[in-house]
Write a protein that binds this ligand. Structure first.
Ligand code: SF4
Length: 260
């Protein structure tokens, strides 16, 4: 029996399908909810704080003190909304919330080392873009889009993990190139630069997309879309065991992980 084809492709869906089609199916087609963990919650909170810092405040007022005040508000919201309690439920153990708050604030402070927030002219944050290309719908949320002094634009994507090795760096850049492709399709502008800001290591990885690189990415994305459609038609999503299985939320449902 054919399965429902997903309505769109995003950078995370592309990388999920490439990493393991079976996990993709459980998450994207079957919509099996995934629990949060301390790492994902820190990432969500740090993204929220940086979103507000760059969107709500003009460049000259973006100081660490302002970032701390934003964090206090975001942390309080997380408490009131029950997000912190939900984390404890998901982890099944008590959490050292003081440590979690400290480490999240550390990630935000690291942005002030990786770049100078007072020199950034943000055109927008958390920008949702979508473009139809042929029979594909491409979607993405850009963490930050900056206007450079020479009138060009830069796409910024925050990462809360460590700077990866060369192979994984290529995969991470593919995600931010996807956003550049969306800018080309929706805004009709190719960004001059895309950058990954690795908050924990206060490091930026910068790359310059070209018309050719975006055209190649569009072709690859089209091939993935075709593969997803075929997998849905045939109901054929195979597990692909790898080192990523240790972090997979679907181990309990995966035939490769059943006890012998
Ligand atoms: S445990 Fe590994 S093979 Fe199984 S679904 Fe997860 S990533 Fe795929």
């Amino acid at each position: 029996m054919s399965l429902q084809v997903p309505s769109s492709l995003t950078p995370s869906k592309v990388s999920s399908f490439k990493e393991c089609a079976y996990a993709f199916r459980l998450s994207v087609i079957d919509h099996i909810p995934q629990p949060i963990n301390s790492h994902t919650l820190k990432g969500t909170l740090a993204h929220k704080c940086l979103d507000r810092l760059y969107f709500d405040f003009p460049p000259e007022s973006r100081t660490i003190e302002v970032a701390r005040a934003i964090f206090d508000g975001v942390w309080n919201d997380a408490k009131i909304s029950g997000e912190l309690d939900y984390l404890e439920q998901c982890e099944g153990t008590s959490i050292d919330f003081d440590e979690l708050a400290k480490d999240t604030m550390f990630l935000i402070e690291q942005d002030f080392i990786a770049e100078n927030p007072q020199k950034v002219k943000a055109l927008g944050t958390e920008l949702q873009l979508e473009a139809r290309v042929g029979d594909m719908m491409l979607r993405g949320i850009i963490d930050r889009l900056d206007l450079n002094p020479d009138g060009t634009i830069t796409v910024t994507d925050y990462k809360t993990g460590r700077v990866p090795g060369v192979m994984q760096e290529h995969d991470r850049l593919a995600g931010v190139y996807f956003y550049a492709l969306l800018c080309e399709q929706v805004l009709h502008v190719i960004p001059d630069t895309v950058q990954l800001v690795y908050l924990r290591d206060a490091t930026r990885i910068i790359s310059k997309p070209s018309k050719q690189s975006l055209s190649a990415l569009l072709n690859k994305t089209g091939a993935i879309w075709k593969a997803v459609r075929t997998a849905c038609e045939r109901d054929d999503f195979r597990p692909k065991p790898s080192s990523l299985c240790s972090f997979c939320n679907f181990k309990i449902l995966c035939p490769t992980q059943s006890p012998a």
